[in-house]
Design a protein around this ligand. Structure first.
Ligand code: GUN
Length: 283
């Protein structure tokens, strides 16, 4: 059988960064340099790695980025005071508080303090509400699902009328993904760890988005032949990075994202784009 077409997120993200770089140089002629501040609390090594990648990507396209690092035992009130300061700073167009936060903090309460107009993660309830009411053009859409929609669009995949199945119901990926696919006229099912008959849902999916965080959980015989498979997983097994979908699914799917090099680079590209959008709205 012919293999699936691999969706090259790395190449598509590079195209987006090129486009953004041009847009940022146009913005700078209007006297605006987009600025992103990332707040990192504690010393989680995965978070440190993500934050470094974000900084590198900002520098590449010409976004002014800054990381505010707070100690693990910082009182929540201190973090909130910092966010309030950033809300007032006109040089800061985007604010991102890296998650997860230390256990003594309430991340929902912290996210609510971010000015929705600077919430480039799209996690503030005002932005979540805009997304679900179809007003996402006015708010911010979370970066991973927004990046996935861009992958579909640039691969020429039109969701209208298709059966889409999203596995995972997180606020970061699963729920906003479902909202975006619904807005693009797909018929959407959201599955999760308690779903009965998960394999049957998968077999029905024309577009299958998998974000469950378990290595190679979805097998080749769970995939409808020719389906579009989007693998959001990022698992390390014996030192090797792999997704939530077994590689053998490539023999069955029509299109599939590799891990690494699929969804991951798109998430960061979308963060850059959200920051540029935030800066544009201030002009
Ligand atoms: N931690 C894992 N993914 C994300 C993300 O998209 N945004 C933030 N702020 N933290 C994360």
């Amino acid at each position: 059988m012919l293999g699936a077409q691999l969706i090259d997120g790395k190449a598509i993200a590079a195209d987006i960064r090129r486009e953004l770089k041009e847009e940022i140089s146009r913005l700078s002629t209007q006297g605006v340099i987009p600025g992103l501040t990332v707040v990192l609390v504690g010393d989680d090594s995965a978070s440190q790695t993500y934050v470094r990648s974000k900084q590198r990507a900002c520098a590449e396209v010409g976004i002014r980025s800054e990381v505010k690092t707070l100690a693990k035992d910082t009182p929540q009130a201190e973090l909130i005071a910092l966010i309030e300061e950033l809300n007032q700073d006109p040089q800061v167009h985007g604010i991102l508080v890296q998650l997860p936060l230390p256990k003594h903090m309430d991340s929902d309460a912290v996210v609510r303090v971010i000015d929705p107009a600077k919430d480039v993660d799209g996690f503030h309830p005002v932005n979540v509400g805009s997304l679900w009411t179809g007003l996402s053009g006015q708010g911010f859409v979370p970066c991973t699902p927004a990046g996935i929609m861009e992958l579909l669009h640039r691969t020429g995949i039109e969701p209208t009328g298709l059966d889409a199945v999203v596995i995972g119901r997180s606020n970061i990926v699963g729920k906003p993904m479902a909202a975006l696919l619904l807005q693009s006229n797909a018929t959407v099912s959201i599955c999760h760890s308690r779903t009965r008959g998960l394999k049957d849902y998968c077999l029905h999916a024309d577009i299958l988005v998998v974000a469950i965080g378990q290595a190679r959980f979805i097998k080749a015989d769970w995939i409808k032949p020719g389906a579009v498979v989007i693998d959001v997983g990022m698992n390390r097994v014996d030192g090797v990075l792999c997704g939530d979908v077994d590689e053998a699914a490539r023999d069955v799917a029509g299109y599939i994202t590799p891990v690494p090099g699929g969804v991951g680079p798109m998430t960061i590209a979308q963060l850059l784009r959200n920051t540029v959008i935030a800066a544009h709205r201030t002009v």
